[in-house]
Design a protein around this ligand. Structure first.
Ligand code: AR6
Length: 327
């Protein structure tokens, strides 16, 4: 099951367990800890008093009381001291121990705040990176729906350089799309790299027999063929695509299944398809990539850079207020 990034108050999330960014006393505090204690009611504090505190990097579990979740997993993140005091190992350990407790209690869904990224001062970009990395590693071998809950937009930071690169690429593509749209005399695109469709020349260079052979192929058939060609297993593919197993089964069993555009793109990313191959796969489902659409341009940006980590792409899409892949 996939990772979902949501912007919300974690105390409002309906799932089996929410994670609390607590302190080692486990007796409440400010930030998300305060919000969780307020929403859960006094019984939570009473149970926390019986736990004997918690070490940095460890996790302990209580009931959820008045919260819309069964459990609260309390973990203590590191205080940021410049990065040379095992802060990273400790933060990784918070995610691992919390996920392992969630699994032990048979949780099917769990919601995390960005641990340590508030009062404890962990740089938000790095805190997010660790969260995504650890959760996605865990999901490779486990079935769980994991929410990363972002309270305010500022808590969610991808690197400034990446934001700048994407913004520049979007600007280039927008200018080109408008230029091409307005000029009647133009016969070639000013930015060759950014054209909306593959040029005839590049199409011709592609393997003709491949194209002819796939004319009658449906989206589902092409997807399954590509999975085989890449030497992947089904589960490697749908997990990498951040797609849930049930949806994949539906696509697998129905050759005429029409996926949403985000699902189709998620599979293209998981399969590490080139831009041309991505366009072919999308076409099977009736979609195209356009330069008048920010979402499409961001996808194109990552494919061109051969960056196929769906979680990184989703972070960027989230930053630019776009729908996310594979959810
Ligand atoms: N829902 C989701 N996320 C939230 C919420 C909320 N209701 N409130 C804040 N956040 P912090 P820490 C985000 O400071 O850095 C407490 O006093 C917030 O924007 O709550 O691990 C404890 O008792 C930030 O991104 O936790 C400890 O003493 C993230 O949650 C200390 O703070 C974590 O911010 C722990 O500090």
């Amino acid at each position: 099951m996939p990772i979902q990034i949501v912007r919300n108050d974690i105390t409002k999330i309906k799932c089996d367990a929410i994670v609390n960014a607590a302190n080692s006393s486990l007796l409440g505090g400010g930030g998300v800890d305060g919000a969780i204690h307020r929403a859960a009611g006094e019984k939570l504090l009473k149970e926390c008093r019986t736990l004997g505190g918690c070490k940095t990097g460890d996790a302990k579990i209580t009931k959820g009381y008045n919260l819309p979740c069964k459990y609260v997993i309390h973990t203590v993140g590191p205080v940021w001291n410049g990065g040379k005091f095992q802060e990273e190992e400790q933060l990784i350990s918070c995610y691992r121990n919390s996920l392992s407790l969630a699994k032990q209690y048979k949780c099917e869904s769990v919601a995390f705040p960005l641990i340590s990224s508030g009062v404890y001062g962990y740089p938000k970009e790095q805190a997010l990176y660790i969260a995504m990395n650890e959760i996605s590693k865990f999901l490779l071998n486990n079935e769980m729906l994991v929410y990363i809950v972002v309270y305010d937009k500022d808590s969610f930071r991808i690197s400034k350089k990446l934001i700048d690169d994407i913004t520049e690429y979007i600007d280039e593509c927008y200018i080109e799309a408008h230029y091409v749209g307005r000029s009647t005399r133009l016969t070639t695109y000013p930015l060759d790299e950014c054209r909306p469709c593959a040029s005839p020349q590049s199409s011709m260079m592609r393997d003709l027999s491949d194209v002819i052979g796939s004319i009658d192929e449906s989206f589902s058939e092409m997807l399954l063929r590509k999975i085989d060609e890449k030497g992947m297993t089904d589960s490697q593919c749908y997990k990498k695509a951040n797609i849930d197993r049930k949806l994949f089964s539906k696509i697998r069993s129905n050759p005429n299944y029409k996926p949403s555009k985000t699902t189709a793109i998620a599979f293209a990313i998981a399969l590490e398809l080139s831009l041309d191959e991505t366009r072919d796969l999308l076409l099977k489902a009736g979609y195209a990539l356009s330069h008048s659409n920010k979402f499409d341009i961001i996808i194109e940006f990552f494919i061109k850079r051969k960056e196929y980590n769906i979680f990184r792409i989703n972070e960027a899409l989230f930053e630019f207020d776009q729908v996310l892949l594979g959810q």
